[in-house]
Design a protein around this ligand. Sequence first.
Ligand code: SF4
Ligand code: SF4
Length: 210
Amino acid sequence: MNNEKKTWHGIPREEVPWIPTVDPEACIGCQLCFVTCGRSVYEMHDNTAVAVLPMECVVGCSTCGNVCPTGAITFPSLDSVWKLEREYQIFRTVKKEALLKHEREDSLKAREAAQQAVAKVSTRAKIEIAGEFGDKHFLVRLEELITDRPFDIVNLRLEVPTVKGARQKAPSFMHFELTSEKQEDVGSFLLEVTRLVHDAGLVLVSEQRL
Ligand code: SF4
Ligand code: SF4
């Protein structure tokens, strides 16, 4: 059992007189307050709303009272709350609470930004190229590009229409994937490869980050 006393900005909750009161004569048992309250303050007893956990009511909230169709729910005057705020000088506590909330929100935002940045990282990319590969030494230049670097080319396929056609410099089709051996983003390497494709006079059919 949790024996920790509930407080409202440092004031013991039982000293804050903000609780709903239901007039059982006016209640028609519509259950709107029971459904509306997110703090489970109400139960329905014999078709009448009963505030069974009044101290769970959020200080200053009056939503159930506002929506009750018969005005059966009332709250104390706000003056009593304002008086307590002054007596307990709660704004020193509120300032500390606000600081903590800012810190929590900032760290949440930073975590979301980091998650978004990670989500944008592509460690693989697929490339499709068409053209005449015969005397362009494209594969040799591609190999030079990955030598001593943490990238590799995988699943490379060269589709030549016919061997004779290739000799006669008929266009062929090549596709392969770029991968990062260190699981890092391949974006800049992809740029280098597409430059190489253009320099070799080949046609970049598509590039896709995976
Ligand atoms: S909203 Fe009003 S009328 Fe409806 S159950 Fe609650 S107290 Fe009763
Ligand atoms: S005022 Fe708000 S928190 Fe309190 S009982 Fe009504 S709906 Fe629930």
